[in-house]
Design a protein around this ligand. Structure first.
Ligand SMILES: NC(=O)c1ccc[n+]([C@@H]2O[C@H](COP(=O)([O-])OP(=O)(O)OC[C@H]3O[C@@H](n4cnc5c(N)ncnc54)[C@H](OP(=O)(O)O)[C@@H]3O)[C@@H](O)[C@H]2O)c1
Length: 502
């Protein structure tokens, strides 16, 4: 950003923070009532005038109680240490933008001696996050510890209780306690920011709360876990197994030592629950989500999907229906030509389908220190500017109770991979069961290169068969597969992947 752009932003932020008119600014700070109008029309002041005005703004801020915004950061891990580093490095630029200084004054973590690559010498140290949250030495509390209960919850509650604004990146905490915390914030008049809790660096919460505040959202879906997207992308590009990809993701720091939370879909479910509430004005319901992860996806699935013009992505999907709201997280076949199919590697994307804007796709880095800290910072700036929005977009008292649409009524096409016994009549019996249930098949694929297991437990040879259905009901598919299993013609559990026509 050029000097003049940054100067213009500082002036506008100064005016907005105080609710002044441009003329008042001109008289009180610039000594020229028309100064802001000239500036807006592109007449640039000389650099010595600019510096004089910046100094006057700073002096005014200090004299009138627009003192620095003092921040306490609890948690100095990946995100917390990055946030402190950015605030220490870019503090001056932020001050110019806001017309007010933003400084970290106190921090808290478990180990005081650990080297985090940041200078903590001037900062007050707390061992207890709750004590930091309540400390008189801060104006805003940032929670970057993690976990849905324990110290994170206690500290966030302690800050909100005394009307202190809070910023957190903690999706587990929000998914579990979001409504109660939003209510607490509203009651005490504190702001609660959680932009970083969903899709890391992508500003989806702000888009929903403010940008699309008046739109009716029909469906939200997206890729919200970078670890899963990285694994599925590499399986597609390099023909390697899920286990090999996961090991690499762990080596590269994209996956945790215990990857269950990510690869089994629970992390995506937490984020989806928060998005559903913001999109549909309902309470947050993380336990009402159908969740299926990616650990059963094989090379055969990736290969066939690719040959048929699809990619496999772990999607979180929430949509309105006449029966309520349907929330689900599962691997999905998406057309290669769709925008979301192009979101590869560790990137995330969230698509919002609305009445007037139609589809909006936000894509970008969903995790990592700098992108996540940047979203935390965006909340801090909003609070410093005095922006006031209910945490969940509407007052927590206006949220409707969550009403779950029955998942098993989901309609759409399905990819079914099964291991049929290699005996006469097996395929005909499977096809006949499908026909009787009025499941119309788009394709039946049998290729030697798709073999998933070599033989059944009892020594009977099997063939891997992939069936692609036209649109049908999930309950019908599941019942028919259960009958096919009872008939004794297949071995093991069939792989069922939904197809979305996006
Ligand atoms: N990492 C990402 O890419 C990302 C993306 C989006 C959202 N988030 C969210 O951001 C939050 C932080 O994630 P992170 O990756 O930065 O975690 P992290 O690297 O594990 O850091 C956690 C920090 O919390 C501190 N801590 C843990 N228990 C504590 C306690 N009882 N008292 C005081 N401090 C305590 C740890 O102290 P020590 O360092 O002394 O052990 C550490 O500094 C989580 O809610 C996470 O879900 C992270």
């Amino acid at each position: 950003m050029s000097d003049i752009q940054s100067f213009r932003q500082s002036v506008e932020a100064f005016i907005a923070a105080r609710g002044w008119t441009p003329t008042r600014f001109g008289r009180a700070i610039a000594g020229d009532p028309l100064f802001v109008f000239d500036l807006r029309e592109g007449r640039e002041p000389r650099s010595d005038t600019r510096n004089r005005i910046l100094k006057a703004m700073q002096e005014h801020a200090e004299a009138t109680g627009h003192a620095p915004l003092r921040i306490g950061v609890a948690g100095l891990g990946n995100v917390g240490a990055t946030l402190v580093r950015i605030l220490q490095k870019d503090g001056e630029a932020l001050t110019r933008k806001l017309g007010r200084k933003v400084v970290v004054t106190a921090v808290c973590a478990r180990s005081r001696s650990r080297d985090r690559g940041i200078d903590l010498t001037e900062l007050e140290w707390f061992d207890d996050p709750v004590a930091l949250a309540k400390s008189d030495g801060i104006d805003l509390f940032v929670e970057l510890i993690g976990g849905e209960d324990g110290p994170a919850l206690a500290a966030v509650k302690a800050a909100l209780d005394i009307g202190r604004p809070v910023v957190t990146a903690n999706k587990a905490l929000l998914a579990r306690h979001g409504v109660a915390l939003a209510r607490l914030a509203e009651e005490s008049g504190a702001q609660l920011g959680f932009e970083a809790a969903v899709a890391g660096g992508i500003p989806v919460i702000k888009t929903l709360r403010e940008g699309l505040g008046s739109a009716r959202i029909e469906r939200v879906y997206g890729i919200m876990n970078g670890t899963c997207n990285y694994i599925l992308t590499r399986m597609g590009e390099e023909s390697i197994s899920f286990a090999e990809c996961l090991e690499d993701a762990q080596k590269l720091g994209y996956a945790e030592a215990d990857p269950t939370f990510d690869v089994e879909g629970y992390d995506t479910a937490h984020k989806l629950a928060i998005l559903s509430s913001l999109c549909f004005g309902c309470e947050i319901a993380p336990d009402e989500i159908f969740v299926q992860g990616i650990s059963r996806i094989t090379q055969a699935d990736i290969k066939v999907a690719g040959d048929l013009g699809y990619k496999i992505k772990l999607l979180g999907v929430a949509q309105r229906s006449a029966d309520g709201i349907e929330q689900r997280v599962h691997p999905t076949l998406v057309p290669k030509t769709s925008a979301i199919a192009g979101v590869d590697g560790v990137l995330n994307a969230v698509a919002l389908e609305t009445d007037h804007v139609h589809e909006l796709l936000l894509a970008g880095p969903g995790a990592g220190g700098p992108p996540t800290a940047s979203s935390v910072l965006s909340d801090i700036l909003d609070i410093a500017r005095g922006t006031k929005v209910p945490p969940l977009g509407v007052s927590s008292h206006e949220l409707t109770p969550y009403r779950q649409a029955p998942m098993r009524a989901h309609e759409g096409g399905y990819y079914i991979r099964l291991n049929a016994k290699d005996i006469p009549g097996a395929l005909a019996a499977i096809a006949s069961r499908m026909g009787a249930a009025e499941i119309s098949l788009e394709s039946v694929i049998q290729r030697p290169d798709l073999r998933v297991t070599d033989s059944a437990g009892d020594g009977v040879q099997t063939r891997t068969v992939v069936l692609l259905t036209h649109s049908t009901m999930e309950a019908t598919v599941r019942e028919t597969l259960a009958q096919i299993a009872d008939d004794g013609f297949i071995v093991g559990e069939p792989q069922l992947i939904r197809i979305e026509t996006l």
